[in-house]
Design a protein around this ligand. Structure first.
Ligand SMILES: Cc1cc2nc3c(=O)[nH]c(=O)nc-3n(C[C@H](O)[C@H](O)[C@H](O)COP(=O)(O)OP(=O)(O)OC[C@H]3O[C@@H](n4cnc5c(N)ncnc54)[C@H](O)[C@@H]3O)c2cc1C
Length: 499
């Protein structure tokens, strides 16, 4: 339902009375900023955005590694209501995305709502309201919590013997140490995901020696990344329809991708596979290196990497692909199981994130003292990735099992916020004071999701961060269009209303 249609709904139910609602938004990344804009737009101005860091931006604030860029086209990776004619590239660098989010906060005058440097440590539902406590001891009481705490947020550190003994510079890719000089350094990178690939391409010409420690080879989708020149930017500014057309075209492409990955037998996924294979064959000259770079699983089983220049970078004379497993990290470098020690000055852990944390470590206590930690003891679950039975008026953005991977999470969050606003309308109208999904709705959703996940390419036989402890892909397993449909109007029979 669009804002206008929802507003119509509000005014009709509003005749039965309306309530003033207070909100807490937790997190000021892409999704938290979006929520703030949308609350303002709906005239719901009584809210605080809690942000534990000292700046907005989330992912794009924390990740500053060389080569960071979005692998979703820039004109798609931005809000539908705040388009940007000035993107520098088809895929723009991370610092531009960070600047974009900061600009949106300025333009929408959100700063007075944001409480920086204060982490929400607990939310507990008591007497129909959420009691919020922060690390500084601040207390708040709200009707609705929007948890926009991020999904790729908590760095994951590898369990490698001796890591703490390394005498050189050692850091996670999401905690890049810009004081460390790369020029002339011997640099090791552990991990081969999208981040690692971006770093390799960005630094290979700056360092003396680059060793990429690969546990799993990756399929690489070829891409180009054209720069937008001044006249193109002017055209985008003068004719917004051009941006709309570009968004529609790229969105269609990503929709096709989403339909391909959820059907491992589809012709489209085979096409993607062929493109990746051809990229490997056409780009890597040395047959032995080519074979070491060739994955033994299907393309897109792991998050598909998009790169313009990784193969070129890894073939440079000062770059080395190390496929022997790591035995241990020592004071001087990394020793592999063949006994070779590669001496290093810098060791980068491009080892990803703990993807099943979601709102945790924040403590969340719902009705009758039910703890989210207990409910999620096996694994996190949420109805439509947004809400959990017994946790009324607590809504997550980019929560468990949602569409994540090679999509624009901005569109995902916009659809989720629209849906949440429909739920909020019910609270606002005074129709009910508490809204939460039923246990039956969650069970039905989960069982359909797990069933559908079996058909996806993510379940076709590889190790990846998409898989939960049972080996079931913990992501939205249907085409993206289905997500749009689900998000357009709540199925009210899936909810219980109290008060
Ligand atoms: C390297 C990298 C590349 C990526 N590339 C893409 C891409 O190409 N396309 C794509 O769609 N997505 C990509 N992503 C995913 C990206 O995380 C999302 O697109 C988006 O930024 C998520 O926004 P968010 O607001 O949900 O979460 P985040 O950006 O993680 O923001 C969460 C915010 O909440 C704050 N917070 C968390 N807990 C608390 C608390 N308890 N109290 C107070 N504050 C709290 C954090 O400090 C943070 O500011 C990438 C992620 C990474 C790490």
């Amino acid at each position: 339902m669009n804002t206008q249609a929802r507003k119509k709904g509000v005014s009709s139910v509003g005749e039965r009375g309306s309530r003033d609602l207070r909100f807490a938004i937790i997190g000021s990344g892409m999704a938290g900023i979006l929520s703030a804009v949308k609350l303002e737009e709906e005239g719901l101005t009584d809210f605080t955005v809690y942000e534990k860091a000292d700046r907005v931006g989330g992912t794009w604030r924390e990740n500053t590694y060389p080569g960071l860029s979005c692998d979703v086209p820039s004109h798609l990776y931005c809000y539908s209501f705040a388009r940007n004619p000035d993107w520098s590239h088809f895929f723009s660098p991370g610092y531009e995305i960070q600047a974009y989010f900061e600009r949106v906060v300025d333009e929408y005058k959100l700063a007075p709502h944001i409480r920086f440097g204060d982490e929400v440590v607990s939310c507990s539902f008591d007497d129909g309201r959420w009691k919020i406590s922060t690390r500084s001891g601040h207390r708040d009481e709200v009707d609705v919590v929007i948890a926009a705490t991020g999904v790729l947020h908590h760095p994951k550190y590898p369990d490698i013997e001796g890591l703490e003994c390394f005498e050189g510079a050692l850091f996670h890719s999401a905690r890049w140490d810009h004081d460390v000089l790369l020029e002339g350094a011997r640099v090791g990178i552990i991990g081969t995901g999208s981040t690692s690939v971006q770093i390799v391409s960005a630094i290979v010409d700056r360092v003396q020696q680059l060793s990429l420690f690969q546990r799993t080879a990756q399929w690489i989708m070829p891409a180009t990344n054209p720069e937008y020149d001044a006249s193109e930017k002017r055209s985008f500014r003068e004719n917004p329809q051009l941006i709309a057309d570009l968004r529609a075209a790229t969105s269609q492409l990503y929709d096709m991708f989403s339909s391909a990955v959820v059907d491992a037998g589809s012709a489209q996924i085979k096409g993607i596979e062929e493109a990746c294979k051809a990229n490997l064959v056409n780009s890597v000259v040395d047959p032995a290196l080519r074979e070491r770079l060739r994955p033994d699983y299907r393309a897109a089983c792991k998050r598909l990497i998009v790169s313009t220049d990784f193969y070129e970078a890894i073939q440079k004379p000062n770059a080395e692909l190390v496929t022997e497993p790591i035995e241990a990290v020592e004071t001087k470098g990394v020793r592999t199981t063949d006994g070779v020690l590669r001496e290093l000055d810098v060791l980068v852990l491009a080892t990803g994130f703990a993807v099943d944390a979601f709102v945790r470590p924040m403590s969340v206590e719902g009705r009758n003292g039910v703890k989210l930690d207990d409910v999620w003891a096996d694994r996190p679950e949420a109805y439509l990735s947004i809400s959990v039975p017994d946790f009324p008026n607590f809504f997550m953005l980019n929560g468990p099992n949602g569409p994540v991977g090679n999509f624009s999470l901005v569109e995902v969050a916009e659809l989720q916020v629209g849906y949440i606003m429909s739920l909020v309308d019910r609270l606002r109208s005074g129709e009910c004071r508490e809204i939460a999904p039923t246990e039956a709705a969650l069970r039905e959703f989960e069982s359909a999701r797990v069933q559908a996940a079996k058909k996806t390419v993510w379940a076709s036989g590889c190790r990846s961060w998409y898989l939960d402890d049972r080996g079931v892909p913990a992501v939205w397993p249907w085409p993206f269009e289905r997500f749009r449909v689900e998000m357009s109007t709540p199925d009210w029979t899936a909810y219980e209303f109290c008060g």
